[in-house]
Design a protein around this ligand. Structure first.
Ligand SMILES: [Zn+2]
Length: 169
């Protein structure tokens, strides 16, 4: 029997906004800004929009990282400025000035992302302490891209605490 109601994500790629190293494929490439609009569906037809998720995606391997709305808006501003520039609404000098301003905000936000709340840090510490040696090493050396920075920090200190090395025994 067909389930009449459900949810659907409609992805919109808004444009390339950043150039940085991908934690998954390790290429330095362009990253696309992505908005995932979530819809409530009735018989597979999107009926009501129920909010959006924001991502940034590596152009080469399609690896995605979640963005907060605030962070998304900063990236979106960059696209708007590029658009204004391409339409000759602003000069190259104005464009550079505005892009630089936003880049500073984005860099600051990236640093703030590393400074997570004490509760979050505690939670990650607990999670890390329950992992086996093998799991800790896999996370730290192979699956880093799957975790938030606070978890990587917790895993790193747990590895140090247990005196683990990546060398095969
Ligand atoms: Zn990649």
């Amino acid at each position: 029997m067909i389930q009449p109601i459900g949810f659907k994500n409609k992805p919109n790629i808004l444009g390339s906004v950043d150039k940085c190293e991908c934690p998954k494929c390790l290429n330095i490439s362009k990253w696309n800004l992505l908005e995932l609009e979530k819809y409530f569906t009735l018989f597979f037809i999107p009926i009501i929009p129920i909010g959006s998720n924001y991502r940034i995606m590596c152009e080469i391997c399609n690896h995605q990282e979640i963005l907060s709305k605030k962070h998304f808006i900063n990236y979106k501003k960059k696209l708007d400025i590029e658009w204004l520039f391409s339409e000759n609404e602003i000069t190259a000098q104005e464009r550079n000035l505005k892009i630089n301003e936003i880049n500073i905000i984005i860099e600051k936000a990236k640093i703030n992302k590393l400074n997570t709340s004490p509760e979050e840090r505690k939670e990650c510490k607990e999670l890390a302490s329950k992992k086996t040696d093998e799991e800790l090493l896999t996370i730290y050396f192979k699956e880093r891209y799957k975790y938030i920075p606070a978890m990587i920090t917790a895993v790193k200190s747990e590895i140090e605490k247990r005196n683990l090395t990546n060398e095969k025994k």
